[in-house]
Design a protein around this ligand. Structure first.
Ligand SMILES: Nc1ncnc2c1ncn2[C@@H]1O[C@H](COP(=O)(O)OP(=O)(O)O)[C@@H](O)[C@H]1O
Ligand SMILES: O=P(O)(O)OC[C@H]1O[C@](O)(COP(=O)(O)O)[C@@H](O)[C@@H]1O
Ligand SMILES: [Mg+2]
Length: 489
């Protein structure tokens, strides 16, 4: 590093176009910190594992498919326990906060952070922050231990409470400093990770020995880089119940339409995967894929055709789809976090379909199902529970090893530490020029509703990512000059 207090990205270049987008470490700005042997080395559960500690040079590639002659590309630091830790067990005072909307698995992550800290590292002081970011300065804290969290993974929601808005960096860091907290675990979506990033910057500016760790939570699966977010699987599974009901209703009524509205503010992943899983869906509409109602090739014409062919149909709609079609006069506002509040496209589209069938004088029975909050208020399923457990353990190993300013995330099935700027720089969206969307279109046999102009616009948006050999401006997204160092082996 060129400057210990530098807030520039840590980039390490290696042979063959290898780039490590590294995460900050406490010694970047506190170079004289002592280290201690990892207490896990004496833990009987791990003594049989051949190589339990992760090699310091292990990294995970961002892109797993590479061309024969292409550069090795961007990598992230592999997560896991390290031989040396930068905190003594008695010294650790950790806190956990959950922010933003609910997501299945929040309680599992809380439980496993507490268990990992206490069972693996012998930590005794763990606080829950009540009600999101504002809880740091406006609410009481909740003492956490293995007993308190023992069966919380069986419940939906978050035992800590959550909120939007209320991010006041100075007040939050003052509270962290005043309470003597030195590990901060922040569970939340894109907004939360942005908040975590500024908390980390302020902590580094003040020169505090405090590790700041983000754990990505988003039911919309809109966080970039990671394979998928926890709770997503559960949400998709839960959505099946609504789609099944819509199918039963549609089949049982004359010219029945089962219409399901699912979550997805800007990203249509839940709708897309729920559709692919179900196989009963005739049409899936997502925010990324524009559509139009009237005229040749429009949605209404397609619905009429499908009803005439099959006698029934199922439509799945993500809440952010078709927002631009609704009346401009319907005022839109924002929530406490500044997220745009959407107009109810489900009710609007249902009415438009009803009006159309009335106009063409054709019998039609539309049943509208809105399971929005039902798919996220449930406890996580088995596979999400395992995912949450590994995620929480990785987060704790990283903080104990002195890493900070990172989001713990799964990349190609491997746990990694990802610098905040990679998580917050853009949103993960369904790319409608990718194969996955084509698979969906062929599974539902719906038209793409796209004109050549829309396709050209999509192709322009999706410029291929080109990791550079010299580490400068990687993927064209890091606009601050990176701190680079060479590795030669
Ligand atoms: N750019 C930002 N800087 C600091 N804090 C932010 C930022 N964006 C959102 N937050 C805070 O993060 C928390 C959660 O954000 P929100 O967008 O509601 O949910 P999510 O994290 O799930 O996307 C809120 O308390 C909000 O104030
Ligand atoms: O009504 P709320 O609680 O604000 O939540 C609704 C929104 O939460 C979301 O699930 C996304 O929330 P997050 O960004 O917090 O993950 C959207 O799909 C939905 O519009
Ligand atoms: Mg969000």
């Amino acid at each position: 590093m060129s400057s210990p207090k530098s807030n520039k990205p840590k980039i390490v270049n290696g042979p063959g176009g290898y780039i490590l987008q590294d995460v900050p470490h406490l010694v970047d700005y506190l170079p004289d910190l002592p280290t201690y042997p990892n207490p896990l080395q004496d833990n009987p559960a791990y003594s049989v594992v051949k190589q339990y500690f992760v090699d310091a040079d292990d990294s995970v590639p961002e892109k797993i498919v590479v061309h024969k002659d292409g550069p090795r590309g961007v990598h992230f630091r592999r997560a896991g326990p390290r031989q040396k830790v930068y905190f003594e067990s008695d010294e650790v005072h950790a806190c956990i906060v959950t922010c933003g909307g609910l997501c299945p698995g929040l309680n599992t992550v809380i439980r496993e952070i507490v268990s990992s800290l206490s069972c693996m590292y012998g930590v005794k002081r763990i606080l829950g922050i009540d009600g999101g970011y504002r809880g740091f300065y406006a609410k009481n804290t909740i003492p956490l231990n293995s007993k308190v969290v023992n069966d919380i993974h069986k419940r939906g929601g978050t035992i800590l409470g959550t909120s939007r808005g209320g991010h006041d960096t100075t007040k939050i860091v003052d509270s962290i400093q005043d309470r003597g907290i030195n590990q901060v675990y922040i569970i939340g979506g894109d907004g939360t990770q942005r908040g975590a990033s500024v908390i980390f910057e302020e902590i580094r500016r003040r020169g505090l020995k405090v590790a700041v760790v983000g754990i990505p939570k988003t039911i919309d699966n809109d966080i970039p880089v990671i394979d998928k977010s926890f709770g997503f699987d559960t949400a998709v599974e839960e959505a099946q119940r609504a789609i099944n009901a819509a199918h039963v209703e549609a089949e049982s009524n004359e010219n029945g339409i089962g219409f399901v509205k699912l979550m997805g503010r800007y990203s249509g992943f839940i709708a897309m995967y729920a559709t692919l899983a179900s196989r009963d869906v005739d049409c899936c509409l997502i925010p990324e894929s524009p559509f139009y109602l009237e005229g040749e090739g429009g949605l209404l014409e397609f619905i009429e055709k499908r009803i005439k062919e099959n006698g029934h149909m199922v439509i799945v709609l993500a809440e952010g789809a078709g927002q631009e079609l609704m009346s401009k006069s319907m005022e839109s506002s924002t929530d406490a976090s500044g997220n745009k509040l959407l107009k109810d496209v489900g009710l609007w589209l249902s009415q438009s379909i009803k009006d159309y069938f009335k106009k063409i004088n054709m019998v039609m029975n539309l049943k509208y199902i809105d399971p929005t909050y039902m798919i996220r208020a449930v406890p996580s399923n088995a596979s999400d529970n395992v995912y949450c457990t590994l995620l929480a353990q990785s987060a704790v190993h990283g903080a104990m090893a002195g890493y900070t300013g990172y989001t713990s995330g799964l990349v190609h099935g491997r746990q990694t530490y990802i610098p905040f700027y990679r998580i917050t720089e853009k949103q993960n969206n369904v790319v409608i020029t990718d194969r996955m969307w084509a698979r969906l279109l062929s599974s539902t046999n719906q038209p793409s509703f796209l004109g050549p102009k829309d396709v050209a616009a999509e192709e322009k948006k999706e410029m291929p990512e080109k990791p550079t050999l010299d580490g400068g401006n990687c993927d064209g997204v890091v606009d601050i000059p990176p701190v680079t160092k060479e590795i030669t082996k």
